[in-house]
Design a protein around this ligand. Structure first.
Ligand code: BDP
Length: 665
């Protein structure tokens, strides 16, 4: 239609009108509710380069604050990134010692406005729980993202400065102050001089928002990039190579944050290749970074093939090294002892490293939680983690990012909530999942309580629902070979490492289900402090959510509900399926409150989720039934597929959206 209108006009008018139409199209694309706005108010101009971070704060308020004038005040003696907001007698003030504190304060005010919680009188004092609140991007130099479900990298594939600036703005609005720009499975070329120029360009865009950049490095870089014969951390030429490289980085990026290292894990090189310890490797890098105030984040995610219990390995390798690391090394520990499973007990390293700084690595990208198809709000999981690992024992928090170049950044509109929640919890781990969900919903969609109330409940329950239909009662790693999306508890392949098969974890037999990690089994429980060790060790006191994580549970074991274990398992799976359908039904009722674009996109994903839930339930129950030889209870919906059907099914992982089976509510 546009086309005809233009043709009918005279030349000048035609040009003017074309500009106008182009402008309208542009504005539509900027302001369309397609998710690109995230939870933020309207875009600001980002004039930091003119007047510094403080100018940025003023800019944000000028563009979006609708209340009484705000005074931004520098005040000595406040915590580094902290701020105070006061409102009395119509005067509104944000004070902070640092400029970034003022910026955070400005975003806090805007959040209050968006959630309609600005008070007549206010005295809000905030400071972050952790000094380092970092996003780890698993982005590869070729632009792909490992375990990314929302397109390609915003840093490495045709990077666009404005997109990176909006990314920075989103992070600053929730207090994230660091970004590791590349995959932990790091390519040596990360540190090439050409690449470092690109890193500098990114660092310059992020800096005004209070964000420092970090890089993942390949431990064999001296060989593969530097042409040396060895990467032995005690070798003189290796030490000199790293020192020179680090100096080169700091000449370009004076506030560079430091390195993240995955060493001797899943085939990556490391100090153990030369008979050196993780501490010797980490300390060598730490020494090179120390003069520049840089840090090393050294990952503890290690596991060797054929070990009787993978859950024990990181502890076995790192606990004896406690106290041997230099003070600018932080050990980065995944929240659970295995690998970002839907539910794991916490990693016992958190409570056993007494003289080494430790940071938690959480996974925002939903590698094991439905990718960008399932609505899984992760704040409840992280809250569970922080309820057991005293937040003050941590030095920092990192989250594996779910950001890509999709229009809506995260692939699923509700996956944005996980990025948001990570930032908010890294700032204040005591926030509840409910508070975070409410805030996010109000900022992202609407303040209407008819929307916010039911959707908050839906989000908070979503995590348990997903655990129920995927792996309830402590089950873990029942994923298909080749992807971490759907179920394949029977999966195996010739010559495969046993710890890469589901059977290693479920141990199903005619007696029961689960991995005996109690003192009668691998004794993994003994890695926990005595009170928890005793609790987990006894099948009668072990929390049921971890039951088959720690015990091989007899099929007829009596559960708290009074049901047998087998019946309970069936019920849990069914609860999960019902929960997923309930989410779809609740969302269907939200149509009046949501723009049609996001409404239909979320609805489409929730349908996939409900179908996948049935896939999970049917595959797992039918398979485990071949061991339990017990009927599925009458009050549970019976599988709609048969086991042969489930075993024949292959999903095309380049198209997660193609659901396995038709299913109607
Ligand atoms: C696993 C991922 C793998 C990562 C690894 C890691 O499947 O892609 O490289 O974690 O964290 O969960 O190093």
């Amino acid at each position: 239609m546009t086309y005809y209108v233009i043709l009918l006009m005279n030349k000048n008018r035609c040009i003017r009108h074309s500009f106008f139409l182009l402008f309208c199209l542009f504005s539509l694309s900027v302001f369309a509710e397609d998710g690109r706005r995230l939870w933020l108010p309207n875009p600001s101009e980002g004039k930091a380069d003119v007047s510094g971070i403080r100018g940025l704060a003023m800019d944000e308020l000028r563009a979006n604050w609708q209340g009484a004038p705000v005074e931004l005040k520098r005040q000595k003696g406040m915590p580094k990134e902290g701020y105070r907001i006061t409102a009395t007698g119509g005067r509104l003030q944000v004070s902070a010692t640092t400029d970034v504190g003022l910026l955070y304060g400005a975003y806090h005010l805007l959040r209050l406005q968006q959630t309609e919680t600005v008070g007549e009188t206010m005295d809000v004092v905030e400071q972050p729980a952790y000094e380092l609140r970092i996003l780890d991007h698993w982005d590869n130099p070729d632009g792909t993202i490992e375990r990314g479900f929302s397109g390609h990298s915003i840093f490495w594939e045709k990077p666009n400065g404005e997109v990176i600036r909006q990314y920075a703005r989103a992070n600053a609005s929730i207090g994230i102050n660091g970004a590791v720009l590349n995959n932990v499975n790091a390519k040596p070329q990360t540190l090439s001089s050409d690449n470092l120029k690109q890193v500098k360009w990114i660092a310059d865009i992020l800096r005004p928002y209070g964000i420092r950049v970090y890089l993942s490095v390949n431990f064999a870089s001296p060989i593969r990039l530097g042409g040396l014969p060895t990467a032995d951390p005690l070798d003189k030429s290796v030490i000199v190579w790293w020192k020179k490289k680090v100096d080169e980085i700091y000449r370009l990026i004076p506030d560079f944050g430091g390195f993240l290292v995955k060493a001797n894990s899943e085939g990556e090189p490391g100090p153990c290749d030369y008979g050196r310890s993780h501490a010797e490797g980490a300390n060598m890098l730490a020494k090179a970074l120390k003069p520049h105030k840089g840090i090393v984040m050294w990952r503890t995610f290690v596991y060797a093939p054929n070990d009787p219990d993978r859950a024990k390995q990181a502890y076995k390798e790192f606990q004896p090294l406690d106290g041997q690391f230099l003070d600018n090394v932080i050990l980065q520990v995944k929240n659970g002892p295995i690998d970002f499973q839907p539910r794991e007990p916490y990693s016992p390293l958190f409570t056993s490293l007494k003289s080494t700084p430790v940071m938690a690595e959480l996974q925002i990208t939903q590698e094991y939680l439905g990718a960008a198809n399932h609505l899984t709000f992760l704040a409840p999981m992280w809250q569970e983690f922080f309820s057991l690992v005293e937040p003050s024992t941590l030095k920092a928090v990192a989250g594996v990012a779910n950001v890509g170049n999709n229009v809506n950044w995260c692939g699923h509109h509700f996956a944005q909530a996980n990025w948001y929640a990570f930032g908010r919890l890294a700032w204040n781990p005591k926030l509840t999942a409910e508070t975070i969900a409410r805030e996010w919903l109000a900022q992202t969609f609407t303040n209407d309580r008819r929307f916010v109330d039911p959707m908050t409940e839906l989000m908070v329950q979503s995590y348990e629902t997903v655990v129920n239909y995927m792996m309830p009662l402590g089950l873990h790693h029942q994923f298909a070979g080749g992807h971490h999306y759907g179920p394949e508890p029977w999966y195996t392949a010739p010559g495969i490492r046993s710890d890469w098969t589901p059977a290693y974890y479920h141990r199903a037999d005619s007696l029961g289900l689960g991995f005996e990690r109690s003192s009668r089994g691998t004794d993994a429980v003994s890695q926990y402090p005595p009170s928890l060790r005793d609790l987990y060790d006894d099948i009668h006191t072990c929390p049921e959510k971890y039951l088959v994580w720690f015990h091989h549970v007899p099929w007829d074991y009596k559960m708290q509900s009074g049901r047998t274990f087998w019946d309970e398992l069936c019920h849990k799976y069914d609860e999960g399926v019902r929960g997923a359908r309930h989410m779809l039904a609740v969302w269907d009722g939200m149509m009046p409150y949501v723009d049609s674009e996001r409404f239909s996109e979320v609805q489409r994903k929730l349908r996939i989720q409900a179908r996948d839930a049935v896939w999970w339930r049917d595959a797992c129950l039918l398979y485990f039934q071949t061991f339990s030889h017990r009927p599925i209870p009458q009050d549970v919906e019976h599988p709609v597929h048969n086991l042969d059907e489930m075993m024949r099914f292959r999903i095309n992982i380049t198209n997660y959206e193609n659901p396995p089976f038709g299913y109607s509510r």
